[in-house]
Ligand binder design. Sequence first.
Ligand SMILES: [Zn+2]
Ligand SMILES: [Zn+2]
Ligand SMILES: [Zn+2]
Length: 778
Amino acid sequence: MTTAEAAPLRLRIQIRGAVQGVGFRPFVYRLASEIGVPGWVINSSAGVVIEVEGAPGALEQFLLRVGRDCPPRAIVQGLEAAYLEPLGFSGFEIRESADGEKTALVLPDIATCAECLADLFDAGNRRHRYPFTNCTNCGPRFSIIEALPYDRPKTTMAGFVMCDACQREYQEPRDRRFHAQPNACPACGPHVELWDSGGGRLAAREEAMGCAEAHIARGAIVAVKGLGGFHLIVDGRNDQAVRRLRLAKGREEKPFALMFPTLASVVEACEVGDREARLLTSPEAPIVLLRRRAENRSAGVAGSVAPGNPYLGVMLPYTPLHHVLLADLGFPVVATSGNRSDEPICTDQREAIERLRGLADVFLVHDRPIARHVDDSIVRVAAGRDLVLRRARGYAPLPVSLGSQFPPVLGVGAHLKNSVALSVGANVFVSQHIGDLETVEAFGAFERVIESLERMYESKPTVVACDAHPDYLSSAYARRRGAPTRIVQHHLAHVLSCMAENEVGPPALGISWDGTGYGLDGTIWGGEFFSVGVGSAARVATFRPFPLPGGDRAVREPRRTAMALLHEVFGDDAWAMDDLATVSAFSEPERRIVRTMIERGLNTPLTSSVGRLFDAVASMAGLRQHVRYEGQAAMELEFALEGVNTGDCYPLDLVEARPPESRNAGPGSGPAESPVSVIQWSPLIRALVADLRGGCSVGVMSARFHNGLVEAAVGFARRAALERVILSGGCFQNRYLLERTIARLRAEGFRPVWHQRIPPNDGGISLGQVAAVAWNLA
Ligand SMILES: [Zn+2]
Ligand SMILES: [Zn+2]
Ligand SMILES: [Zn+2]
């Protein structure tokens, strides 16, 4: 589906790098004039900031060309773009440089630049094949910085003394390694070694690279210490090797990311648009979700890399070490985080030997310490914009500005996909992805990230904001801190994170749909609508709660949720509907148990979660009764509608409440008690069962379900009559749901707002928590 986007927008681009004094601003002026987009450009302490306004197509063209066609001496080390609401510029101006507040920004790690790449593969260069080649324009930053200001003694390069040649480069203002803090060469810098699984040295330097490559080519699992931690690498074409990795990691079906040798090799396997190509080759170099070529679905990639998935997570080499490895191998490799499931990525080689014991066959390690773990970021292109799904390398810890100063606040995030956020002045520094706080190791990483953010920015939070869930480790941590705590309801935090990154203020309608979050009425929320005003926010609508037999167990078994919904709609008859995949998926004894749980409410919480509705529909459609990873059933339901083109939708009835009062959503005031409108799903379930019995295709049922949800959102937006509609929560990672909701809201005259730089999933919660305190909503 396409989103017909005609209304003008404002595009803000922040460019970091060697862009000052090289004719960059005149170039921007000429480009803007040529494309015909008014706006301004300014040099600031943080780099060059550009704002232009115009039709989406013109802005897209501007964005693609500003990085590609810039003056030869300009080097872009980072580019962040965000679409915002237009202000009505006329003409284009080069503004006076502003040297206001000089916040010492800790910069993200930067992928290897073109010149270093040329050095790397030049047989005559003294850095030929040297895995730690870097310069002022590229290389490690966040992953080696231990304290500010950013100088070599305060990085993990402190222990390496530069040789004379490197020292000369470092001191020569005309050299591109002038003041390159991690500057190194084979004579003075870090080196690789290959270790066996007990930590014994097998080979060093060039020989170690060759041995590691031979192991990969033979189908071994090689742990590779990279930039922000270890990867586990196997030959991406070798099904047996990938299966072995799955078994060792205990990861049954969740897709693995791939690193391809070149952009051309990616294009052979996947559909790569301009925007996706830009992301792959950008200084941020994230994992990009790409649609596999339909005609070439199995070409060159083992079936077990991403079973049943029409997308692949793909990245290109982003350090010299990876460039050398991939150039030598010449084929795609699986490059997955070096950890056991749910643990943070390993960063230290001795620790890796312990923690990855039995997982990797050999270890390619090096002696440059990693100051902090930084995972690969994940981005997809949706609704014509970037949508960051995991924010880590290349993006963290760049801040989101809330516009005005407020006292320092720490947001400790949610339980899954945790990140934390710390405010300094008006800026909120959102940490790199930490992960699920399920293990001692993960909680340790969480504490270290907070400690390091506070030390780096010399900021002690006066308020700590946390989730309402009393049992979350992050909430317990917040209570232990001693500073006053504020509780921010999970789904409100989602909405506020989206408003913050889009610089959108109240009033707005916030739609927050996800898997599960702690509600304020003792139930599990996940299908919520908020009216956000100045200093107040109220839950104004929700989905009718339904039982979740077995709680977490129901999350792993979509058939349980589906059974509960069938029971709610059809009563006793539901248990005899053996023609339905859901019902026949239960044995007789299982039916008795689940039925008793539902009827007596034993270990059966209530939920209004849209994510669980996705699960239930996937179960009823016969797609999946048990999930192997979070979100699997919902993703498969999304994939099922590929190629289906219908506007039909299942009915969802809105049962209106009395006009909602404006009430604070904070814990004390409890929006749960305010009257909320309820979206009734019974008609949807009845229509779905009729379709199942009528032999309707899974794709059409999936489309009708998605479209039904979209119409429910649009229908309530009409009642709420607030122009701005915020779309947040993990469900809006679903591209079809996101794009169709945007299109339908626009068609009805609303202004939809969605995520770009901050994840719609729980990775964004920490920012929303800080915003809630800053905006007096907690
Ligand atoms: Zn470089
Ligand atoms: Zn040197
Ligand atoms: Zn959530």
